[in-house]
Design a protein around this ligand. Structure first.
Ligand SMILES: *Cc1c(COP(=O)(O)O)cnc(C)c1O
Length: 217
């Protein structure tokens, strides 16, 4: 697989699903990939990337930004409160807003910094204990709470359980988004991004299918 293969597959499903061409953003998930692989994808002209860990993102993206214009960085991993400022300074988007305390911290820092990345609320569609995200039954109230804080909520994000059909989770996320008037849907990874697009994904997060298997982590 390569970047252009994935882009072609996205275009094909966009067309099949009656979605506008270019309506799905491909986020190339570069976590734990060697810099040379990431640089190669940048040199192909790609600009949207995803990182799980703020620390790791801080280590590599300021350097890449010196060499490439227009980088669009997405934080897609669980966010600890003490990393929020750094995440907001580094990224164009954060996909993992999942609790009131975090929402309040982001709102306070947005005032202080005078800017705020685009935000997605992570929903734990599989109600898995070990996984981050607001429970589906709490999602409507949490979305309202974030809006009351004036946060720029663009949509919802989910990571389906590994042992279940992802389509049910994508459909649930789309339903929660629709009833809350949210247009962004961050869903779909290497193994299931085509299904996610068919069910309305606007942002797919694809790592190993672009970069190859992760060396570690
Ligand atoms: C690692 C990761 C991805 C990418 O996973 P692949 O299966 O390599 O495409 C997507 N989303 C999140 C939240 C991740 O942590």
């Amino acid at each position: 697989m390569s970047l252009s293969d994935i882009q072609n597959r996205i275009s094909k499903v966009e067309a099949e699903a009656g979605r506008a061409a270019g309506s799905v953003k491909l986020i190339a998930v570069s976590k734990v990939q060697p810099d040379a692989r990431v640089r190669a994808v940048l040199e192909e002209g790609h600009r949207s990337f995803g990182e799980n860990r703020v620390q790791e993102a801080a280590g590599k993206w300021p350097g890449f930004r010196e060499d490439f214009d227009g980088i669009d960085l997405h934080i897609i991993g669980p966010l600890q409160s003490n990393k929020v400022r750094q995440a907001m300074e580094l990224a164009e988007a954060i996909h993992t807003v999942d609790r009131p305390k975090l929402a309040k911290t982001i709102a306070r820092l947005a005032q202080e910094l005078g800017r705020c990345p685009d935000l997605f609320i992570q929903v734990n569609t599989g109600e898995e204990e070990q996984k981050a995200g607001v429970m589906p039954r709490d999602a409507d109230a949490f979305i309202a709470e974030c809006r009351a804080l004036d946060l720029p909520i663009k949509g919802l994000m989910c990571i389906p359980p590994v042992d279940e059909a992802p389509s049910l989770h994508f459909a649930l996320l789309a339903k929660i988004a629709a009833r809350n008037d949210l247009s962004g849907l961050s869903m779909g990874m290497s193994g299931d991004f085509e299904q996610a697009i068919a069910l309305g994904a606007t942002h797919v997060r694809v790592g190993s299918a672009i970069f190859g298997e992760r060396v570690s982590g």
